[in-house]
Design a protein around this ligand. Sequence first.
Ligand code: 5AD
Ligand code: SF4
Length: 440
Amino acid sequence: MSEPKKLYIKTYGCQMNVYDSERMAEALGGEGYVETKSHDDADMILLNTCHIREKAAEKVYSELGRFKGLKAEKPDLKIGVAGCVAQAEGEEIMRRQPLVDLVVGPQSYHRLPEMEAKTRAGEKALDTDFPEEDKFEKLKSRPKAKRGPTAFLTVQEGCDKFCAFCVVPYTRGAEVSRPADRIIREANELVERGVREITLLGQNVNAYHGVGPNGDMTLAQLIWELDKVDGLERIRFTTSHPNDMMDDLIEAHGTCSKLMPYLHLPVQAGSDKILKRMNRSHTAESYLQLIERIRAARPDIVMSGDFIVGFPEETEEDFQATLDLVEQVKYGYAYSFKYSTRPGTPAAERPQVDSVEADDRLQRLQATITRHQREIQDGMVGREVSVLFEKPGRFDDQMVGKSEYLHAVHVTGSGAQIGDIARVKIVSSGANSLAGEVIR
Ligand code: 5AD
Ligand code: SF4
């Protein structure tokens, strides 16, 4: 038998890219590839790229440039670019960096095996189509090998919202939901391989409307189907849009015990003027009312969000409205970004905010978010949580896992194994994690 070829995948960006990289590795596994952690011994290098913020493409080009020496030493080495930069730049990548053999957009991953064969025949392979066929169905299914206790599972891709700053509707295309039976089958396979927690992924996951046995299903209905999967203990989903937060999903947060009390619900800004210009089609007030309803269903839920500061024409007053909203919601986690101009999006044409001013706002917003995050984390001390153990800690007999609220929790001397779920009493709160004791 011939030596397996080695595949090195570097993943940038969001959780969906992490999932896609896993699936690409599995697809190429069928072509005799095994994964390697170093590009030095690879026969194929794949960069799975992200285009959400500035300089992403430039970073990819500089990373590619670093492979020049390696490719000169190893002419058989194949280099590919996948993900959203591949979609956005297309053929331009091969023109600017001739060492690239393969460019594949996110909707064409199922064609990777043929594309790889083409590169082996000495040809270049490019595919940035939005094909009709279901790529996940065509992709080689996950092999039965054992894996860690948590996994991502993409249920929906693309976005029709067209927020004025965002490239996703262009790079990932229109919203498409996977049929429910395929998702449930994949969840069962993951559970057979040792998975106990699944995070359902979608750029607009709560707009899920995949085909079910009796017509289209909502995300909540899909969650209730997954709730029936024996051995699956925890369900999460990300990322949601406020306008798609349907009643049945809010209710599920109160009634579905496998659905974890954590919700990532980006609002982006707190000023109605800016929200309108962002084309968000919700107001600060409607968002706050929504949070109230979610908290009524699940009072202990930990909220998470995304923010953009320095969006075109944002004044100090607009920014203060964002700070006010953050004070009202009190996020357990939040990701805040300085606006970055994405060519081709409507906001790129608007008057831009001074960069130094935007940096200053970002710092102030992050200070507020960090303060809340601390308060919420510290507030866990003395409480009982459930922890799913994911890996050994740094010290002897120490295990690390995540609580239902997604806090990292360390436990020492409990004898817990990876994949165990235990009740834990939190005894202290550290820089980025909690420490606790298993309740016997
Ligand atoms: N500039 C800054 N942040 C952005 N995001 C999306 N596009 C941009 C942009 N052009 C942020 C949003 C989104 C998160 C994934 O990235 O907050 O929710
Ligand atoms: Fe981008 Fe999310 Fe807006 Fe869609 S809803 S355009 S993915 S920010």
